[in-house]
Structures are given as structure tokens and as C-alpha cells.
Design a protein around this ligand. Sequence first.
Ligand code: MOS
Length: 763
Amino acid sequence: MTGVQYIGADVPREDGREKSTGAARYATDFYPEDALQVRIVRSRRPHARVRSIRTENARRVAGVETIVTGRDYPDFYWGVFIRDQTLFAVDKVRYVGQPVAALAGGDGDALAEAGDLIEIEYEDLPAVFDPLDALSAGAPILHEDLGTYERVPGIVFPSPGTNVCNHFKLRKGNVEKGFDRADFVFEDAYRIPMVQHCPMEPHACVALFETSGKLTLHASTQGPHLVRKQVAEALRLDPSQVRVVAPCCGGGFGGKISAVAEVLSASVALKLPGRPVRLIFDREEEFGSSFVRQEFYAEYKTGVMKDGAIVARRAKLIWDAGAYGDYEASVARTAGANAAGPYRIPNVRVDSYCVYTNKPVAGAFRGFGVSEVCFAYEQQLDRIAAALGMDPLEIRMKNAVREGDEHATGQVLKGVGLEECLRKVSRALEAIGDAPGGSNGTKRRGRGIACMTKSTVAGVQADAEIVVREDGSVLLKTSAMEHGQGAHTVLRQIAAAELGCDVADVVVDAVDTDSSPYTSQTSASKTTFFDGNAVRMAAAEARRLLLRRASRALEADPEDLSVEGGRVYAWGAPGRSLSIPDLTGGEGPIVARESFKLEDATGIDPETGQGKRPAAFQMYAAQGAEIEVDLETGRIEVLRLVAAHDVGRVIHPKGCEGQIEGALIQGVGTALFEELRCEDGAPVNGNLVEYKIPCALDAPRMGVILVEAAIPDGPWGAKGVGEPGLVPTAAAIGNACFAATGRQIKALPFIPEKVLAALSADG
Ligand code: MOS
């Protein structure tokens, strides 16, 4: 295999053997010999003024090297989109689990004992736990200084004096006129609880502050360059002082985009120059004190004509940020921009509010809020279809966006494979045979479909470097993170395809912000597109340089040369060829470094949410579910899921299928049982015993269909596939439940109690 044949080929993953044998090294495996452990003392109050923190008794415990509190970092505000939190609580705590102090020492037991001896005097304040309550007049205000916080301009619009951390607006056409014109108007409200990413590797960071002033972090992260920036800002260091090394990352799912363990361990390291300090979150911290997927509430009002055409949609979205804004401020915006769904709707109005409550901090989660809005609009659409006597597929095909249509943001759409996804999923469901609705004792079967679109950020940069080395190997340098999704394999394929070498000869360098080219964090399903384009550009440049060298040696024009399987051939003279080591062994390696950016990327108008190219691309998918509902117990079993995803162009088929299947199983979890419950703001099931995530036994039979509606500027037309796999899953399962029982359950998860209550309700 050579060149472009690598595109669409299931090449072996270079990390496959290491990871499946357990040999791979993660940040949690990094134990410098003289490392001290870090333990964080966390608030047990949801909202309280901190009167005093006494550490004298704790300091007397043998083995405690240092204790850090808010006094050490009094006004060190940080946060990715809004700098609304200090490193450690200073005057107030705003959630159970907020860091109040950190201890470092060689002995975990001593740290635990000392931690218990830290005396914190609180004065409790009224707290608010429900995002709707937080919006009401007279609600306790979490951030009195909201108006003074630094924030990313043009993206974060807080309302000082309230708990609104961000308000995103989308205005297209005139919804009121649309509702007047509509034959029918439907109004529904939906709720989704807090869930957690549950990566197998928790948040982890080893920090060393050298006496030279250099701070080196070994971190489990999706965003080494973002972490570098955040740590420098949070600790007032020069960014050049901070180096982030990112080994294998044991799962992120959005929860490791921005810093958390990194800023805490760095704040301790700064007090202990020369000593590495190591902070690994335990599972309880992982649930309550890293990031969660927020609680969510939505109101959808949709106007339709008798023929099913959607003419107006109004969505009010409320995102529970928890105590601090971090990434949630951005989730509210991206999900708001995608809240109208993958439909041609002339009149759209979206108000998306990111709201503070005294709960764990919310952040990015695979899908970036779009799973949540999809759950709402896709369940509502089936209710509308039923009321109009239409088939769920028919109403979707009637409204589905097509090539050249406008997204709700006004962006003209390219590479739209939605109709093909819908048709193929529908056919796949039919192919299973016997239309369900059949009853088997107390069990009812049903099938449902749901579809989605999700945008990917446009205004980011990705750099890549290719080094064609003296031994013939090709070093690919990137900061795109491999956190299990197969990114490095795809980038190797792209390098080999463009350069003309063997994919087995391409090796990916470890990610280190001091030496790896820049990329913004590995998120948003954007790696194949952004980093893929950067790698392709660098490989093309390396090839050009290689041919220039070869043209001298072979006495031929570069245009008459080609590279295949790592050899340069002269056209029409098969005998005349040179290997890469022939060209680099004596002269030295060839180095090419390139930077990719979308030149036509735009922002959006803050008043209307409209923009020419706020998204690099939109992804599309349709999924179908076949389920069985036990009318006696209320238990839902997901029998089958079929998923058709438009990925633009398939680079690695098995990789795409793996991404989608993994996400489908995650979708089954959020649909059927995942819910992080809090009492008075404190997680009560924040452990892997009581919080259930799907295991192999919960996996349904799955079928994946890949659709290729190429986009002009993707590498060979590719878009992305990381997130959409779970976006329509819960909605498809909900719609299957509706088909089986005639009842819709508008709040996740579909636990048996809720199913039974819905079955016994009137209607
Ligand atoms: Mo993602 S939720 O942009 O890792």
C-alpha cells in the first residue's frame, strides 16, 4: 500500500500493542523517586463565607512538608473562559469539593491526618442548587463580583447582579410571526441530570518547579498548550517558564480539556522548588471536583404547518454551570448555536443561559451540549409527527438541511450527508425484519430514530512538523493528543499518504509543549480536520524538499519524480530510484513545519448569533434504536442501535466505527441510568459502585454506517467523528420508547420508576 491508498485503510494502530498489554505509560504511571504526594482539603459546605483557616496543628504532623491555602494565593483568579475562581478558597466557598488547602508530604497517612487537623471556620450562606431557582428573583448570588471578572470578550456575556454567567442569543427571522403562521404549535420542557465522564485514568499531574524558575508538568490532558497557558495565567508565571509533557491519556471525553489537577499541583510545586509533587485525583474527586456534564433544562416551542414543515422554533436553554464558569460558558454558546437542529427553519430564536449554582463545576463533555439539545428537539419532533399523523422519517426528510442550505447561524452548509444518513438508518432498521410493536407477554418492542448536527469550532490553529530522518523513518510532531480515539493513527496515515512513505515508518513524537508544534486543545471532533490539514501541509512540503534533493542526485526535474513506498522514482526510468536514507543519510534530515488556519473563519454577532463561517464544518448523523420495555418492571432494554454518520471522508474505517460504537454505549448509559445525584450540593453517588456506567453486558447489538459527504477544505474531504456518536442516542431510545408505549419521558435517565410512572399516567 502506498500514497493515497492509505486514506480509507485500516492500518494497525501504533499504540495498540502497548495499550492492550498494559505497557503504555500514562501520567498516573509517572513516579519520580523523590516525589511528594499532594492531598487537597476540600470544602464540605456548598456556600459559606470562610472566616478563618487554621493550619498550626496540621503543620505539626511529621512528614508534612508544606501546606498551601488561599492566603498564599489571595487573588489569583483563573478559569478558561471567565476568570471567576481563585486557586484555593479565599473569602467564600461555593461548592462541596472546592479546594481550600493543599498538603504535600511523603506519607499519605500523615497527609490524611494533617488534613483532618486543618480547622476551617465557616459562616453558612443560603445556597441554590437548581438552575431554575438560581435565575429567580431573590436567589442567593454566588458571584457578587461577576462584573469585574476577566472573560473572553465576544463570547462570554455575564449579567452582573444575577447568577447568569453567560447568555447566548440566536435570532433568525421572526419567531412570533412564524408561530402566527403555523398550523400547530407545540411546547415541551425537558430535563437532563448531571453526569460524569468517568475516564479510566483520573486527572493526574506531576509538577516540578526547578530552582531555575522552570515549571514542568507531566499531565493527563487533552490540551497541553491550553494547560500551559492556564497555569501561567493562574500562577502569574511567564508562559515560557511552563512546560507541559503529555504522555498517553487514559480517556478524556471533554473532561480533560482545561486545567484542574495541573493548577493545583503547580501551586504546591511553586512552594517546594526542586521537589516534584504528584497529585492524582481519587474517584470521589473525579466525580465531584474535576468536571461534570451539567444539569440541563430546556423549553422548546415549535410551529409547524399541516404538511410537517417547521416554520418557527423558540428554545430556552438553561445550563447549570455549577459554582464556576470554566468551559460551560462556551458549551452554552455552541449548543445554543446548534439548538434548532439539522433542519431548515426560517424563524429561530434561542436564548441559552449558563447559570451558577452551588454544585460541582461543569465543563465540556463529548458532544459539548449538543446531545442535550438533541434529546429535546428530537423527542419533540416525534410528538409532532404523531400529532400530524406523519412518519418520523418523513417529517425529518421534509425538513432536513441539504447542500447549500443555511444553518441557524446563517452559515452556508457544505458537505451535508444528513438525508443519506436518515435513509440508510431507516433501511437498516427495516432490514432487521418484523416491524416491532409486537408484544411478548409483558414486554413491548419499539423502534425510534433521531438525527443531529454539531458544529466544530473554526477559529483555531494547528501546527505540525515532519522530519524525514537519516534512517528513513519519518518523525511526526504534533500536539494533537491520543486519548484513545485513534488520532495519531489517522495523522500517520495522512502523513504517509501525502509524503509517499510507508505508514509503518511514521512515528509520532511524545507531546511536549517545549518541542511539539502548537495546536489548540484536542476537542470538538476537530483533530482529523485541523491537525490532519496541518500534517498534510507539512508532509507536502517535506515531499517537495525531498524531491528537490532527489532531482539533483537523479539529474531529473522534480516534476518527473514521484515518491512511493519511501523511494523516489524517476518517471519512465524505473531503474533510477533512491531511498529516503540515500537522500538524508549523508546530507541530513529534511524538516518541514506548517501551520493550518481557516482564513475565512469568522465569529458571530453577539446579538443575533449570525456569522459567515463560525463553524469549520457541521457533522451529521442519524441513529435508530430498537428497544424492549417491560411493562411490569419498567425496565428498558436496548436491543439494537444503528448509527449512520457523515464523516466527510473515512480515513480509518475501523477507527470511525470504534469511535461511534464507544459513544453509542456511552449514550446508552446516559439514556438509561447515569445520573450524578446531589443532596444539598454534595454528590451522594460519586463512586463507581453506586454510579453505574455501561459495561459489556449493557452493550446492544450495534451497526455502523459511514456516509461520506466531503467538505472542500477537509483533508481528502474529512470532517470529524469524535463526538456525534452519542448525540442522538438518548433521543432515539426515547423515541423507540414512545413508539412502544405511546408515552414520552421528558427527563433522563429512563429508569424503571420513571417508565412505570409514565405508563400509569393518563394520556
Ligand atoms: Mo470535547 S466535549 O470538545 O473534548
